[in-house]
Design a protein around this ligand. Structure first.
Ligand SMILES: [Zn+2]
Ligand SMILES: [Zn+2]
Length: 177
């Protein structure tokens, strides 16, 4: 059984106190049922960690490790340090006893590093678009309102730090540490 969202929230608070001195600002932790090739992703505006329900139903043991991994990103970001998989990230990983970023249980590899991306999400139909650049201030969902801007169906802008793509079914990968 997967922990429910309030249990995840507690786990986040616990790990934050145990390993990060409580320095990570509050994040909403949520499952995303639409992820098909992602295990999880972290967004820093608004602070949000999303986990794949499907993936962790199959691999419940990987949940804590994945959450910790995303929390290291959040922690570095909160400290104004490079939040990518750089030296500071790896130092903290070793301190927490996490294995290589590329080898979490052999099932999850980070997507090619992209320090900053944007998700535009329609809360009505849950459609999502990925963008490299910040979109203009007001955009509405092209599905819910195909012809023109409609303030009833705004797209929410999320800034992405990292998405974690599933590698299951691919040939075994040997990536450098
Ligand atoms: Zn990462
Ligand atoms: Zn929509």
């Amino acid at each position: 059984m997967l922990p429910d969202v309030s249990e995840l929230q507690l786990l986040f608070a616990l790990l934050n106190n145990q390993h990060f001195g409580g320095e990570i600002p509050a994040h909403r932790i949520a499952y995303n049922g639409r992820f098909s090739n992602l295990a999880g992703r972290i967004v820093y505006k608004p602070p949000l960690i999303e986990l794949s329900r499907k993936h962790f139903e199959k691999h419940p043991d990987a949940l804590r490790e994945t959450l910790l991994h995303e929390m290291i990103h959040a922690w570095l970001h909160a400290r104004g340090e490079n939040a990518g998989h750089g030296a500071a990230f790896k130092r903290k990983m070793r301190e927490l006893g996490l294995r290589s970023v590329y080898h979490d249980l052999g099932s999850v590899v980070p997507r090619k590093e992209s320090p900053r991306r944007f998700i535009l999400r329609c809360d009505r139909c849950t459609m999502e678009l990925l963008r490299k650049r910040r979109p203009p201030a007001k955009v509405s969902c092209g599905r819910c309102s195909p012809r023109r801007f409609d303030a009833r169906y705004p797209l929410r802008v999320l800034e992405v730090v990292e998405t974690r793509e599933l590698a299951e079914g691919r040939a075994a990968q040997r990536l450098p540490r």
